[in-house]
Design a protein around this ligand. Structure first.
Ligand SMILES: Nc1ncnc2c1ncn2[C@@H]1O[C@H](COP(=O)(O)OP(=O)(O)OP(=O)(O)O)[C@@H](O)[C@H]1O
Ligand SMILES: O=P(O)(O)OC[C@H]1O[C@H](OP(=O)(O)OP(=O)(O)O)[C@H](O)[C@@H]1O
Ligand SMILES: [Mg+2]
Length: 311
């Protein structure tokens, strides 16, 4: 939904140079919305969003949050209408907007894939030349198809053109509806693709959510502060804190298993044959690491979640 008149009044207030708030665009719904809410909470950017209003002034930071469709955010950031934004890398690529990609956020991971009906037997994108492709990623796909066509036409007498048409959602239905021979859409678990009887034959790009900034954003210090805070929240989500005891004789082996981000903290125990180690460990490797620590005789291995951190 476009911004309403009330939104623009609030936006103008928010842009009042006296207030000079940083404008931060957040996807207004969908896959990225909840993750963004958690990020904002972790970064302690508090706000109260009034019912149906797409702008919210932060109550504790010099920031106004602007809730927009994920697909519009790269353009708004690129043009400097807002200073910072969160969206998918796929949306940034599709928009062609010139923005600073400040940081990958580790959620909203998916691939943009060319998909064909399993029954078509097509396995090569070259076999789509001259056929019909339906997608929401019109610019990316048009560019990709232009190259496919150009390559194919080098060896053809009669040039062919692959047709690309746009739909805004439920792209996977296009083949079954007889609108397309192939589609290009996002795949995460692959459930939607399989349910539609489709199979992937090529990946155009891999995407995840990113923090993007206008290249001439007028609030460098506030931008840097928010970026640092968000980086802390992201980092905290990727790591756990691990504490264990190990025989001093095994210290070198233990450090190899848990080298930490810089180095582990090694503290003496009352028993001078043993030391205690505290260290950050990647969350997705923690079970493996605990197995390895146990195998060298480490004891009292404790793992704690980290709610926030600065590294
Ligand atoms: N299935 C998915 N898994 C992971 N990330 C996804 C998935 N679908 C979309 N995304 C990411 O989230 C971004 C926004 O997609 P989302 O589906 O939330 O918005 P939308 O399609 O505009 O809205 P809606 O689907 O609610 O109409 C995409 O650009 C992509 O980066
Ligand atoms: O591989 P999966 O885990 O099944 O996810 C992929 C689906 O998720 C998105 O759709 P969404 O639910 O956002 O609906 P939309 O097509 O209306 O955007 C995307 O467009 C795919 O259809
Ligand atoms: Mg969607």
């Amino acid at each position: 939904m476009p911004l309403t008149k009330t939104d623009f009044i609030t936006l103008n207030e928010a842009k009042d140079p006296q207030a000079s708030r940083l404008l931060f665009a957040i996807p207004k719904k969908g896959r990225l919305y909840e993750h963004c809410q958690k990020l904002l909470a972790g970064a302690d950017i508090q706000y109260h969003r009034k019912n149906r209003l797409d702008i919210a002034l932060s109550t504790n930071q010099h920031v106004s949050l602007v809730f927009l469709p994920a697909s519009d955010i790269p353009k708004f950031v690129g043009e400097g209408i807002v200073d910072l934004g969160i969206t998918g890398q796929d949306m940034v690529a599709e928009s062609g907007a010139d923005v600073d990609e400040v940081m990958e956020l580790g959620f909203g991971k998916c691939d943009l894939c060319v998909q064909v009906p399993i029954a078509s037997g097509i396995t090569d994108v070259k076999d789509l030349v001259g056929k019909r492709i339906v997608t929401s990623f019109e610019h990316l796909v048009t560019k990709y198809v232009a190259q496919l066509d150009a390559d194919a036409n080098k060896t053809r007498k009669q040039p062919v053109k692959t047709a690309v048409s746009f739909v805004s959602g439920s792209v996977e239905a296009a083949c079954a509806l007889g609108l397309a021979d192939a589609i290009v859409d996002l795949v995460e678990s692959g459930e939607t693709m399989r349910a539609a009887g489709l199979t992937p034959i090529h990946t155009l790009l891999s995407s995840q959510a990113v923090l993007i900034a206008n290249k001439k954003a007028p609030h460098p210090e506030l931008t840097a502060k928010i970026t640092r805070r968000i980086r802390g929240v992201i980092l905290a989500a990727r790591y756990v804190y691990c504490n264990y005891n190990v025989a001093r004789a095994k210290l070198a082996e233990a450090i190899k298993i848990t080298p930490g981000r810089k180095a582990p903290t090694v503290s003496p125990l009352e028993n001078d044959q043993w030391v205690a180690i505290s260290v950050m460990v990647a969350k997705d490797k923690v079970a493996e690491i605990m197995d390895q620590l146990e195998a060298i005789g480490a004891t009292d291995i404790l793992v704690f979640s980290i709610t926030n951190c600065r590294a």
